[in-house]
Design a protein around this ligand. Structure first.
Ligand code: S3P
Length: 450
């Protein structure tokens, strides 16, 4: 049902304001929400489909801007990818090692996953030349974290700032297997090295300081690659030059998108939501553990396994949240949910500390700085720490003039905060939400019960 409390206003051809004006009686959220497909799994399904032999069928693909960037890049390198839709995408792969040299620059848009994973594949295509770029945000994000291991494997990559910033130029090489000790717990780094290892003779190993999401490992195995996983040391080894065979991939809903509704219903009085078909892979469920520590009322129902990934429906009801401390090994498992957890903390009793989260400074925006400034404008008691945030909950938030900094997760986190604020909030450049959640605003309107 259309809501009079949530409006979109076009600023110019590209930019939109999201205006949220909760009535003084408050806005409750009720009903059932089906969230869009998982972004990480969508990228990987398109990429592995593109390099495998035969046909891959993808059901439930995320139609956000980021997977569109992946599809555009791999089409330019010869993969046949049908029109993108959520029902059934058909990918006809080129076979391992057969990506075509594109005659133009590959553009990863806003997507770090597209660029970093793709670089592993490009660097390992001997004799071929590739140029890759992205939007303004992506061109400022560190690529050294993947250029470094790829260079150790023998890759040739050039770019600005000592080969660390896109645009990057890649001359594909026959790479050598290495054991890479990654200084960061990053699934993008791990996946980049594993994808480079696909084309490389022998065994390539990545060890990370804490476990990051393992969708690449699961999907590579499903497509026929040989992996050894050592959970004690957070190491993964891939044996090079397998035959990858096209598969059917059923993409579960994205827990990172579900997180907005989990927090919305938890903080807005009178709310109860059922969020269906949520991927609950343990490398992604840090947000559920953090919200449990905050005493949120969330119940997992109908747990099942769909195409190798665990899935459940989540029922969430409003409750008074309590502060907690979030840090250490849980951080990589809730890395994208820190902005929305900061919103939860602003409505919790006591002081929440989020630490060990310095990685947030190199996401689509500096998410620590942006959340501190923007929630601060609403009157939240929030302090930026070098590696996190300290938030004392309980202050009444007031509507304010805010900016997404073109970061999708910031736009959506601020929208949820605005639901529980007094007065009108405007979020500039809110169209950024479509990077990972194209119908976020429509879903929000439909969930508001009057
Ligand atoms: C992703 C990994 C994470 C995450 C990003 C998606 C992936 O990034 O923040 O949204 O699909 O591999 P890092 O690997 O940089 O932590």
């Amino acid at each position: 049902m259309p809501s009079p409390f949530v409006k979109i206003q076009d600023q110019d051809n590209q930019s939109q304001d999201l205006i949220i004006v909760p009535p003084s009686s408050g806005i409750a959220l009720t009903g059932t929400i089906a969230i869009p497909g998982d972004k990480s799994i969508s990228h990987r399904a398109l990429m592995l489909g593109a390099i495998a032999e035969g046909t891959t069928i993808i059901q439930g693909l995320l139609l956000g801007e980021d997977p569109l960037s992946t599809a555009r890049c791999f089409r330019a390198m010869g993969a046949k990818i049908s029109q993108l839709n959520t029902e059934k995408v058909v990918v006809k792969g080129v076979g391992l090692g057969n990506l075509k040299e594109p005659s133009y620059v590959l553009n990863a848009g806003n997507s770090g996953t597209t660029m970093r994973l793709m670089l592993g594949l490009l660097a390992s295509h001997p004799g071929k030349f590739f140029a890759v770029t992205g939007d303004k945000s992506l061109r400022s994000r560190p690529m050294s974290r993947v250029v470094e291991p790829l260079t150790q494997m023998g890759a040739t990559i050039w770019g600005r700032e000592n080969n660390s910033l896109a645009p990057l130029a890649v001359r594909g090489q026959k790479l050598k297997a290495i054991h890479y000790l990654s200084p960061v717990a990053s699934a993008q780094v791990k996946s980049c090295v594993l994808l480079a290892g696909l084309m490389t003779e022998g065994k390539t190993t990545v060890t990370e300081p804490a476990l990051s999401r393992d969708h690449s490992e699961r999907m590579l195995q499903a497509f026929g690659a040989e992996l050894e996983i050592n959970p004690k040391t957070n190491s993964v080894t891939i044996t090079g030059q397998p035959t990858l065979k096209g598969q059917t991939v059923i993409v579960p809903g994205d827990i990172s998108s579900a997180a907005f509704w989990l927090v919305a219903a938890a903080i807005v009085p009178g709310s109860e939501l059922l969020i269906t078909n949520v991927g609950i892979n343990p490398t992604r469920t840090g947000v559920l553990e953090a919200l449990a520590m905050m005493e949120a009322d969330i119940v997992q129902e109908n747990e099942r396994v769909v195409a190798g990934e665990p899935v459940a429906d989540l029922r969430v009801k409003h409750s008074q949240l309590k502060a907690c401390t979030i840090g250490g090994e849980i951080i990589p498992r809730l890395i994208d949910e820190v902005p929305i957890l900061a919103v939860a903390a602003a409505f919790a009793e006591g002081t929440t500390v989020i630490k060990d989260a310095q990685e947030l400074r190199v996401k689509e925006s500096d998410r620590l700085a942006v959340m501190a400034t923007e929630l601060g404008k609403m009157g939240a008691q929030i302090t930026e720490l070098p590696d996190g945030l300290e938030i004392t909950g309980g202050a009444t938030l007031t509507g304010a003039d805010l900016d997404s900094f073109t970061d999708h997760r910031i736009a959506m986190s601020l929208a949820i905060a605005a639901l529980n604020a007094q007065g009108s909030t405007t979020i500039h450049r809110a169209e950024a939400a479509s990077i990972s959640y194209p119908n976020f605003v429509d879903t929000l309107k439909a969930a508001i019960s009057e």
